[in-house]
Design a protein around this ligand. Structure first.
Ligand code: NAP
Length: 277
C-alpha cells in the first residue's frame, strides 16, 4: 500500500520539503507521497491524532509547532528531549509516534561537507540562542567541537545553553562578539536576520572578521544573505543554509525509510526554485 508522509506548519505554502522528499521517493523507487498540511496552533492536537488514525508513516514539523507538539507524541528521542523541540516524527512498528530532531546534526553535516572535519578544535562563535542554535550547539558538542561561544541579543538565553553543554562554553553579548570577531575561526548565524522580509539584515558589523574565517548562515531564503555577502567580500569561506535544509531532511528520510537519499541530487532543483546558484 502506498505510504504517506507530511510536513505540518503555519504557514506551510512556502515549504520546499514536499519537493525534496517526493524527489527522493521517486529516485529510490519508494511508493510514497509527501504532502504539505496547514495546521493552526489550536488544531495541533487534533491534527496529530487524525494523521495517526489515518496511518501516516512519518512527518516533519516546522514553525511554529516544533516545541508545542511534544505533549501530543507518544515518545521523544534523547536529542529532541534535550533540545525541547521536534522536527521529525516517526511512526514506530507498534503504531506509536516518536519525535526526533535532525536540525543540529543536519547543520553540522552541511558545514563539514564544505570545511571537512579537521577544524573541530577551532574557536566557534554561534550567533543566536533560539531553537536552531540550541540544536546546533549540542550537535557540535556531540561531534567533537571543543570551543564554542554563544552570543545573543538576550544573553541569559545563551548562558542557559552554555550551562547545559559539557564542553567549556561562554555566553557573550552581540556587541562583545562584534568587537572580538578576529578571535573566531568559524561563525554560525542562526537568527532570522537577513531572511526575506526580515527587518534586521545583519546581526552586527563584520569589520573585524578574519579573511581566513568560515561563515555559515542557516537562513536559506535568500541563499546569499547580507551576512554571507559581507563575509565573502572580506575573503571568508561561506556556507549557505540550503545544505542544512537538505541534510536535516535526509536524516528524517533515513529515520522513515532506512535508506540514504542522495543529498546533492536535489540541490540543483532547490537552487533553481530559490533562484540562485
Ligand atoms: P527562534 O527559536 O525564534 O530563535 C531566534 C533567535 O534569533 C533568538 O536567539 C533571538 O534572540 C534571535 N533574534 C530574533 N530577532 C532578532 C533581532 N531582531 N536581533 C537580534 N537577534 C534576534 O528561531 P529558530 O527556530 O532558532 O530559527 C532561527 C532561524 O533559523 C529562522 O530564520 C529559521 O528559518 C532558520 N532555520 C533554518 C533551518 C535550515 O534548515 N536551514 C532550520 C531551522 C531554522 P532573543 O533570544 O534575544 O530573542
Amino acid at each position: 500500500m502506498k505510504k504517506w508522509y507530511a510536513v505540518i506548519g503555519d504557514p506551510i505554502g512556502h515549504s520546499l520539503s514536499p519537493m525534496m522528499h517526493n524527489e527522493w521517493f521517486q529516485q529510490l523507487g519508494i511508493d510514497a507521497t509527501y504532502l504539505p498540511i496547514h495546521v493552526k496552533e489550536e488544531d495541533l492536537e487534533a491534527a496529530v491524532a487524525s494523521m495517526k488514525l489515518l496511518g501516516i508513516s512519518g512527518f516533519n514539523v516546522t514553525i511554529p509547532h516544533k516545541e508545542k507538539i511534544r505533549p501530543f507524541l507518544d515518545a521523544l528521542d534523547e536529542t529532541a528531549e534535550k533540545m525541547g523541540a521536534v522536527n521529525t516524527v516517526v511512526r514506530l512498528e507498534d503504531g506509536r509516534l516518536k519525535g526526533y530532531n535532525t536540525d543540529g546534526l543536519g547543520f553540522v553535516r552541511s558545514l563539514e561537507e564544505v570545511i571537512g572535519d579537521t577544524k573541530r578544535h577551532e574557536k566557534v562563535l554561534l550567533i543566536g540562542a533560539g531553537g536552531a542554535a540550541r540544536g546546533i550547539a549540542f550537535a557540535l558538542e556531540s561531534i567533537g567541537y571543543t570551543d564554542v561561544t554563544i552570543c545573543n541579543r538576550t544573553v541569559e538565553k545563551a548562558q542557559q545553553i552554555c550551562a547545559e553543554l559539557t564542553i567549556p562554553a561562554q555566553a557573550i553579548s552581540l556587541n562583545t562578539a562584534s568587537e572580538q570577531l578576529d578571535e573566531y575561526a568559524i561563525l554560525i548565524q542562526t537568527t532570522p536576520a537577513g531572511m526575506k522580509n526580515s527587518q534586521v539584515t545583519i546581526p552586527f558589523s563584520l569589520e573585524k572578521l578574519k579573511s581566513s574565517a568560515i561563515v555559515a548562515d542557516i537562513v536559506y531564503n535568500p541563499l546569499m544573505t547580507p551576512l554571507l555577502q559581507a563575509a565573502q567580500d572580506k575573503g571568508a569561506t561561506i556556507v549557505s543554509g540550503l545544505g542544512m535544509f537538505i541534510h536535516q531532511g535526509a536524516l528524517a528520510f533515513e529515520y522513515w525509510t532506512k535508506q540514504s537519499p542522495d543529498p546533492t541530487a536535489v540541490k540543483e532543483q532547490l537552487l533553481t526554485h530559490l533562484g540562485g546558484n
